[in-house]
Design a protein around this ligand. Sequence first.
Ligand code: ADE
Length: 231
Amino acid sequence: MKNNRFAVIAALECEEELIRKELKGISETVLLNTPVYEGMIGENDIVLMRCGIGMVSAAIGAQALIDMYHPDYIINSGCAGALDPDLGIGDVVISDSVSEWNLDLRAIGFPMGYVDALKTVEMKASDELCNMIENAIPDDIKVRKGKVVSADQFVSTADQRAFITDNFPDALCAEMEGAAVGHVCTQNNVPFCIIRTMSDTADGNSGVNFAEFSAAAGRKSAEWLINMFRK
Ligand code: ADE
């Protein structure tokens, strides 16, 4: 990978700090009340935003990055709660698509997750970018490619989990920013991908597990991105 500009958007400090510490010639600014860092990793120009948790923060962050920095690609990196029973803490999901699991227009005849502006329930990630990320992850790490779902809810109950898996049976993991980033990128025609390392299994233990494992999980996703930027 050479001579590309990647924008990376992460909610939490533990999800962005490894990348920040790798930036050569780092400069820092504040955009939308959130920190943005710019620098080089390998031969690529990286713009890194710590947007805070949630869909609106991720959406306005992604739009601002597109408008101000015109990135070639946008990546959302961090941790997530696993929905697929085949996935455990420490496993990785790379998005082939994203959906907004609580965007609900069913009362007026549309399926769950329907994005009116795009006339679809799923936003497709960039195959090229997802393959580049996958190729940067060591072989001994379990990686699944598939659907990432997001909403402004931390998933920690059987009811939330059943609602998601009933409506999005192919969802691999849940988090709170990826589909917002994917939505903004799709409306702007910017290729995107989400990488998430599992911090919990989106169930009754997810609060406790998140507290214990989110920092390590967030750092792992960042580590694989650094590998890719250096290649
Ligand atoms: N991020 C990490 N774990 C999560 C969960 N269980 N729900 C939503 N976002 C998460």
